[in-house]
Design a protein around this ligand. Structure first.
Ligand SMILES: NC(=O)c1ccc[n+]([C@@H]2O[C@H](COP(=O)([O-])OP(=O)(O)OC[C@H]3O[C@@H](n4cnc5c(N)ncnc54)[C@H](OP(=O)(O)O)[C@@H]3O)[C@@H](O)[C@H]2O)c1
Length: 253
């Protein structure tokens, strides 16, 4: 299997897309560190799902927006697994409001969790990956990095930062045999949708305009993350791969 003997840490992997990524990597042989922030129970369920594939899973609580907690999480992962091969920076949060209702506190909250963590998780993962002779880092982005989505301004900005950070990681960490890429999703149905007031209308419209004929699922995202983590993606560096069934290719009409 592609990830036999490897160790992966997936942030925010109790639920949603993160859970699908953790299960996919585990199904192909990786031991996994499951990170959660507020919801321990789903994280433990994800861990049990991973263990059912015969791998080891370790659950750890950390607010990735807090650099000390983030650092501690990598220390803990190292104590449990003695190194790291794969880091997926998936967890995200957001202060979803129109521009006139945005607050500096919401900016800090969103940027710290979504963007600052991408850089510092990579920095804290570096010594663990060097123990293994290299590694792979994958960031998770969204179409809001390039396109204007309703109530999404600060998350969109944070995702643009995720994609830019990914390019820097790809260049600066190549010397340690570490690859970095990002996967960007269109509309992927998860609990995150409850944070958008007008989402069902937008989603129905999106489905109608998706050349693939359906919206992407967490599994679709996980499949591409796993590909980028595999040796077959050796020559893909610093890229953001869009998984949206072609939705963003078209102009509405
Ligand atoms: N859903 C979509 O349509 C879509 C589209 C494109 C991209 N994405 C991206 O895909 C990723 C996952 O999204 P999702 O839809 O699966 O989200 P979700 O269902 O809302 O889940 C968010 C996850 O992030 C974790 N999290 C939030 N704040 C955290 C923090 N401060 N520290 C650690 N963990 C934290 C949550 O953990 P707890 O439950 O423990 O709090 C949860 O596991 C995000 O980067 C998102 O931007 C989503």
């Amino acid at each position: 299997m592609r990830f036999d003997g490897k160790t992966a840490l997936v942030t925010g992997s109790g639920r949603g897309i993160g859970r699908a990524i953790a299960l996919k990597l585990a199904s192909e042989g990786a031991n996994v560190v499951i990170n959660f922030f507020r919801n321990r129970k789903p994280a433990e369920e994800t861990a049990a799902g991973c263990e059912a594939f015969g791998v080891r899973a370790h659950v750890t609580k950390a607010d990735i927006g807090d650099p000390e907690a983030l650092k501690e999480m990598f220390k803990e992962a190292d104590e449990v697994f003695n190194g790291l091969d794969i880091l997926v920076n998936n967890a995200a949060s957001g202060y979803n409001r129109p521009i006139e209702q945005q607050r500096p506190k919401g900016w800090d909250w969103t940027l710290n969790i979504n963007a600052r963590s991408h850089l510092f998780a990579a920095q804290y993962a570096l010594p663990l990956m060097r123990k293994r002779g290299g590694g792979v880092i994958v960031g998770i982005s969204s179409l809001g990095s390039k396109f204007v989505l309703p109530e999404y301004v600060v998350v969109g900005i944070s995702k643009a930062a995720v994609e830019a950070t990914t390019r820097y990681l790809a260049v600066e960490l190549a010397q340690y045999n570490i690859r970095a890429n990002a996967v960007s999703g269109g509309w992927v149905k998860t609990e995150a949708w409850q944070h958008f007031s007008n989402l069902q209308v937008v989603a129905n419209n999106a489905e109608r305009h998706t050349p693939a004929g359906r919206l992407a699922t967490p599994k679709d995202m996980a499949n591409v993350v796993a590909f980028l983590c595999s040796d077959a993606a050796e020559m893909i560096r610093g890229q953001t791969i869009v998984v949206d069934g072609g939705y963003s290719l078209r102009t509405p009409g």
